[in-house]
Design a protein around this ligand. Structure first.
Ligand SMILES: [Zn+2]
Length: 412
């Protein structure tokens, strides 16, 4: 089986426009933790380089890795959702319920990439008929059913036969990594009811650029969206964006509402964000070259700060191992010589090695918050810094925090 789809030189939306590469984040691993040094030796790495289409503004990985490699059975995202993210799912479920007031059933929802079924359970409780499509999904605690497959136009046809059209198709952070964008959009059009809404949440390119969030680039994300780029892709399938909410998730995301063209009234939020994006020149190569220079400077600064800490005889470890942290550590070449360990609470990660850099992953409670704790903790989940700092303080960590992004700073 081929592990990458090869180097893509054409835009995945436009297909006939060559993309311009602007940033290389080096060789990066998948989000899979080797069990020991032997397994680490055979770990596979792929180049993570980003390019932009100067026609539609889509930013994409130059060499996407097949989702069939990345989302194999032991995929570690299943290790659990943060409390903040669970609240986010409840809020989204309330919002969708407010938009669908039918009695006794509110309508039907299909979720692409339903993960552990948390959102579907919330929607089911609010009176929706629900179905998930996810290759590693399992029946959720609330009993929401799942089709164990990758969503595609073919799967959509089968779902349409058994379930009928969907009032809502929803996908959270899965839209950036589907391998075949056009086939998935075909499938969405197939199952979406005439008046239905396709609701997707994706990390927002503008936040990525402005907040220097290059750590949001990893192999699970083969595309990075602006409203501009999303509209271009949707239009090719007769879908129209009618509302966009700019939300805090993952350091800045967009919740995009779309429907069959001409059905829904286009809200002000769409034109507002489009105006913002036009003013930022998201199809201009110079914007991305400037971003790449800032990323390189950041790498030098983070390495300098950590080298200074260890040169002074202090110890530093990383607190938690999110996907985005793995990108930073690999790009900045920060390994076991720089960080003593990574402290985690997930039993699926503890006792293993960090992908790529092979820093040992240890039990947070015993080590980072124990009696022999280091003076500094590198906060790789910096986008939820307040939540993590307050939790680590409660659990007994007394040292200082190095918050790596959007600029390196030390918090007492
Ligand atoms: Zn394009």
């Amino acid at each position: 089986m081929s592990t990458s789809t090869g180097r893509l030189t054409f835009c995945q939306t436009c297909e006939d426009v060559e993309v311009t590469e602007f940033l290389s984040l080096g060789m990066q691993p998948a989000f899979r933790f080797p069990v020991d040094a032997q397994e680490a030796e055979t770990e596979k790495l792929w180049p993570l380089d980003l390019g932009v289409c100067t026609r539609c503004g889509l930013v994409q990985a130059m060499e996407p890795v097949s989702e069939r490699i990345l989302f194999a059975d032991d995929y570690h995202h299943l290790a659990g959702l943060t409390a903040g993210y669970r609240g986010h799912l409840r809020e989204l479920a309330d919002e969708l319920a407010a938009l669908h007031t039918g009695e006794p059933r509110r309508g039907s929802v299909v979720e692409i990439g339903s993960n552990d079924g948390s959102l579907l359970d919330e929607l089911g409780e609010r009176g929706f008929d629900v179905l998930g499509v996810d290759p590693c999904g399992s029946e959720s605690p609330g009993g929401s059913p799942v089709v164990k497959d990758y969503f595609s136009s073919q799967v959509a046809k089968e779902v349409l036969v058994t379930e009928g059209p969907a009032d809502v198709v929803v996908t959270l952070n899965a839209f950036a990594h589907v391998t075949d964008l056009h086939d998935v959009l075909d499938g969405v059009c197939t199952i979406l009811d005439d008046r239905g809404m396709f609701v997707s949440e994706s990390h927002y390119l503008v936040d990525l650029l402005q907040g220097l969030q290059y750590d949001f680039a990893y192999h699970e994300h083969s595309r990075y969206y602006s409203v501009t780029a999303m509209q271009a892709a949707f239009e090719l399938h007769g879908l129209e964006v009618f509302r966009v909410d700019h939300i805090d998730t993952h350091g800045g995301s967009i919740r995009v509402f779309a429907g069959h063209a001409g059905v829904h009234e286009i809200e002000r939020s769409v034109t507002d964000l489009r105006s913002l994006e036009d003013s930022l020149h998201l199809t201009d190569r110079a914007v991305y070259d400037a971003f790449a220079r800032r990323v390189e400077d950041h790498r030098d600064e983070l390495r300098r700060v950590i080298a200074q800490i260890t040169a002074d005889g202090s110890r530093i470890a990383a607190a938690s191992a999110p996907g985005r942290g793995i990108t930073v550590l690999n790009y900045c070449s920060l390994g076991p010589d720089d960080l003593e360990y990574v402290a985690e609470i997930s039993p699926l990660k503890i006792g293993r090695l960090l992908p790529g850099t092979h820093v040992p992953v240890v039990d947070q409670e015993e080590v980072l918050c124990g009696p022999d704790q280091p003076e500094y903790a590198l906060l790789l989940s910096w986008h939820i810094a307040d939540e993590v700092i307050s939790r680590l303080r409660t659990e007994g960590f007394r040292g200082r925090f190095v918050v790596p992004l959007p600029e390196v700073r030390i918090v007492d």
